[in-house]
Write a protein that binds this ligand. Structure first.
Ligand SMILES: [Zn+2]
Length: 163
């Protein structure tokens, strides 16, 4: 699978929506993106990323270092994104995470739902630990590493806006 992107300009912010896999080839996609950028404020909407690995995220961050005077953030980061991000000490570079989109699942009836949590400035996103399944009322579970990953990323200032 390859990586595609779509860009939308909202005033002076460009929202970049990635679709596909972030791997060793991400550098080429970012070069193509750079040629199309008209604003210095970038938000990467990560909700469409199907897979991401540590090489991909490292190349991504290195490429962002070369985009001088650009301010960037990440939104709709999922569990896999956060799992990889904690392994890369360089993450989030000079950027920050604006929101996470995570899965709540029910062991009882297999119901799953995704919820978006805004991070708030300098705050760990609040996971709903008392969420109940709307179908069978059992407790909904989130990824077992999520709380630890969020704490680790918060210690690096990942939820603090840099702009
Ligand atoms: Zn259920």
């Amino acid at each position: 699978m390859t990586l595609d992107f779509e860009i939308q300009e909202h005033g002076n912010e460009t929202v970049v929506q990635f679709r596909g896999e972030i791997d060793i080839h991400v550098g080429e996609t970012l070069k193509e993106l750079e040629r199309k950028l008209k604003t210095s404020r970038l938000r990467f909407d990560c909700g469409g990323i199907a897979r991401i690995n540590s090489i991909g995220i490292t190349i991504w961050l290195k490429a962002l270092e070369t985009l001088k005077n650009h301010v960037y953030s990440f939104s709709e980061c999922n569990e896999q994104f956060l799992d990889v991000a904690v392994m890369i000490p360089l993450f989030p570079g000079t950027g920050w995470i604006e929101s996470i989109k995570i899965q709540y699942s029910c062991d009882g009836c297999q119901h799953v739902e995704k919820r978006l949590h805004e991070t708030g400035n300098g705050q760990v996103p609040k996971i709903d630990t008392t969420a109940r399944c709307p179908k069978c009322t059992e407790a909904l579970e989130t990824d077992c590493d999520l709380a630890d990953n969020l704490e680790t990323l918060n210690d690096r200032g990942s939820f603090t806006a840099r702009a």
